[in-house]
Ligand binder design. Structure first.
Ligand code: SF4
Ligand code: SF4
Length: 92
């Protein structure tokens, strides 16, 4: 299997962000990921590795962060191999 071809991965259940006992949890964040779509090569690693499943794809398969649930862990920025995601401190 080509490791770069995620379409070859077996189907598995996906969770989706939703309001739970803690409500919308995006306010926990101290840094927010900002995606530069000019640099994005649509590898979808950020989408794959986000532990909160808060990265959604638009109709052209570009990723967008759902800030209502993103907790600012920075995993997406660490996984992006082309440096398209920057963690920016939240204004308080
Ligand atoms: S910062 Fe963390 S929670 Fe937010 S989109 Fe990136 S990986 Fe997901
Ligand atoms: S990891 Fe980077 S290049 Fe890949 S889809 Fe996400 S923002 Fe785009």
């Amino acid at each position: 299997m080509n490791p770069d071809d995620i379409s070859a991965l077996p189907l598995a259940p996906l969770s989706r962000p939703s309001s739970g006992a803690s409500g919308k949890t995006g306010f926990w964040r101290t840094f927010r990921p900002v995606i530069d779509l000019e640099k994005c090569v649509k590898c979808l690693l950020c989408w794959l590795y986000c532990p909160d499943a808060t990265i959604e794809l638009d109709e052209n398969d570009y990723p967008h962060v759902n800030y209502e649930y993103c907790k600012g862990c920075g995993i997406c920025a660490n996984e992006c191999k082309v440096g398209a995601i920057t963690m920016v401190r939240e204004e308080i």
